[in-house]
Design a binder for this molecule. Structure first.
Ligand code: ZN
Length: 109
């Protein structure tokens, strides 16, 4: 079972207390963007077997959205951080690189 620490209230929340919100750090495109960019925003998502950045909501707790870095293969959680963060915090990237040497975050912003 996945257990995340909510970065707002500090509770160690089991996955049953949370709602999954899909991939984090998706670059959004609005009016005036190309059809290809809008299609990418709407439909294209990563589905890695490995490190992934996701949106989660502490639905049965404080109700706030947060972001999490975890491995989809081992369910290892590398950390959580506020949803307003535009890129993963460096301590979380360092924790990932410590376990997955050579890991590079794909900056979509
Ligand atoms: Zn919370």
């Amino acid at each position: 079972m996945l257990i995340f620490e909510c970065p707002y209230c500090g509770v160690m929340a089991e996955e049953t207390e949370l709602t999954a919100g899909g991939e984090a750090h998706v670059k959004r495109f609005g009016p005036g963007s190309s059809d290809e960019d809008f299609e990418t925003y709407l439909f294209h998502r990563e589905n890695p077997k490995g490190v992934h950045f996701e949106r989660w909501r502490h639905a049965n707790g404080c109700g706030k959205w947060f972001l999490a870095a975890r491995c989809t293969n081992t369910l290892e959680v590398f950390g959580t951080y506020p949803a307003q963060t535009t890129r993963p915090p460096e301590p979380i990237l360092e924790a990932i690189r410590a376990k997955r040497p050579g890991f590079q975050w794909r900056d979509l912003a």
